[in-house]
Design a binder for this molecule. Structure first.
Ligand code: PMP
Length: 404
């Protein structure tokens, strides 16, 4: 038994990290990892998370009983307000459904599974994904029998958004198609629509009756402001566009391994919301029974205590500002000091954890093989992997491979 199981290829990001670890060069730099690092290249435990952890440790009333199937309600209520807005009419009208999930990945999975079971399909089961997108999106939808189809998003010529291509596909897709949209800080390109472009996108989506599947893994990380990064989602809700949102606290709270996330679905009325929630509960029961407690308790404290919440906003700013400073410095080094051929403005125009450099596959390979700089073959770099100690070296190496 099992002899015929084919060997699967290793995950490309984790493979990259393994190669980086095995490299003995003192110059090596890991720009593949999608996790925040401080200026000393170390993981950062947010001070507010340390404080909340201490509060939990001292709380004698806590135990290790199961959470409800749909999660800790103080957490899911706070999380819904965070993404939809504390004054959201949809929340006040009781027509939102919020379920605690295994971080953003679990939210994507539960959202996809719910659609596969209950969406009113009137043709082949398809989801439109941006080209490119987070690679896991393809696997998550395929796993539940929904076939991914690409929509135009990134334009290599401008290293920016292919807005007209995107709008064309929105218009040409069959009515009531499902579109996955990155709420902010698009992974992997770092290219987001402007508010004006979002308005046009919303208009077409509304006219066509499309369903919006928002993925929000970086709220606060893009601009440093939690509300600003939730703008597109809130605007769509305001416009009455049917949608769900996958939410992760991995990046903005630095809780990667704790797997804290939520799925929020905005429906038309309270009655529909309770039927949807009952079915999500059934799906969740057969998959994980009950979500994990610790991380949800931490985030719940931070979301519901005004002082901790303010402190968290400061911590988020610290991370976002460091990343923005690295963007400015990398652009400055390439254009003003090294006079590297090409226009590097996209590095400061892109947003969030990642930047699409525009480097080609050969140049990326060269950077890794002779420069000991690890990045994905599509030219994506994690800005969090840059720091004051390695940024000049990275810029010089980019300059070298561009000249070759
Ligand atoms: N969606 C996107 C676009 C992401 O980039 C990520 C993290 N890489 C996730 C979802 C999910 O991450 P997690 O499960 O760690 O919350």
């Amino acid at each position: 038994i099992w002899q015929s199981v084919p060997l699967a290829p290793p995950d490309s990001i984790f493979k990259l990290t393994a190669a980086y670890k095995a490299d003995t060069s003192k110059d090596k730099v890991n720009l593949g990892v999608g996790a925040y690092r401080d200026d000393n290249d170390k993981p950062w435990i947010l001070p507010v998370v340390k404080k909340a952890t201490q509060i939990l440790l001292n709380d004698e009333t806590l135990d290790h009983e199961y959470l409800p199937i749909t999660g800790l309600s103080d957490f899911t209520n706070g999380a819904a307000k965070l993404i939809l807005g504390s004054e959201s009419p949809a929340i006040k009208e009781g027509r939102t459904v919020s379920v605690q999930t295994i971080s953003g990945t679990g939210a994507n999975h539960l959202g996809a599974l719910f659609l596969s079971r209950f969406y009113n399909w009137n043709g082949p089961r398809k989801v439109y994904l941006s080209n490119p997108t987070w690679a896991n999106h393809h696997a998550i939808f395929r796993n539940v029998g929904i076939e991914p189809v690409d929509y135009a998003y990134y334009d290599p010529k401008t290293i920016g958004l292919d807005f007209s291509g995107f709008i064309q596909i929105l218009k040409n897709a069959p009515d009531r198609s499902i579109f996955l949209l990155h709420a902010c800080a698009h992974n992997p390109t770092g290219v987001d629509p402007t508010p004006e472009q979002w308005r046009t996108i919303a208009e077409v989506i509304k006219a066509k009756g499309h369903y919006s599947f928002f993925d929000c893994a970086y709220q606060g990380f893009a601009s440093g402001d939690l509300d600003r990064d939730a703008w597109a989602v809130r605007y769509f809700v305001e416009q009455g566009i049917p949608l769900l949102v996958c939410q992760s606290f991995a990046k903005n709270a630095g809780l990667y391994g704790e797997r804290v996330g939520a799925l929020h679905l905005v429906s038309v009325d309270q009655d529909t919301a309770s039927r949807v929630k009952s079915q999500m509960s059934v799906l969740q029961r057969s998959e994980i029974s009950n979500p994990p407690a610790h991380g949800a308790r931490l985030v719940s404290l931070i979301l519901n205590d005004p002082e901790l919440f303010e402190e968290w906003k400061g911590d988020i700013k610290t991370m976002a500002e460091r990343i923005k400073a690295m963007r400015r410095e990398l652009r400055r080094l390439l254009t003003e000091e090294l006079h590297t051929p090409g226009n590097w403005d996209h590095i400061v125009n892109q947003i969030g954890m990642f930047s699409f450099t525009g480097l080609n596959g050969e140049q990326c390979k060269e950077l890794t093989e002779t420069g000991h700089i690890y990045l994905t073959g599509n030219g994506r770099i994690s800005m969090a992997g840059l720091n004051t100690g390695n940024i000049r070296y990275v810029a010089e190496q980019i300059d070298r491979v561009v000249h070759q």
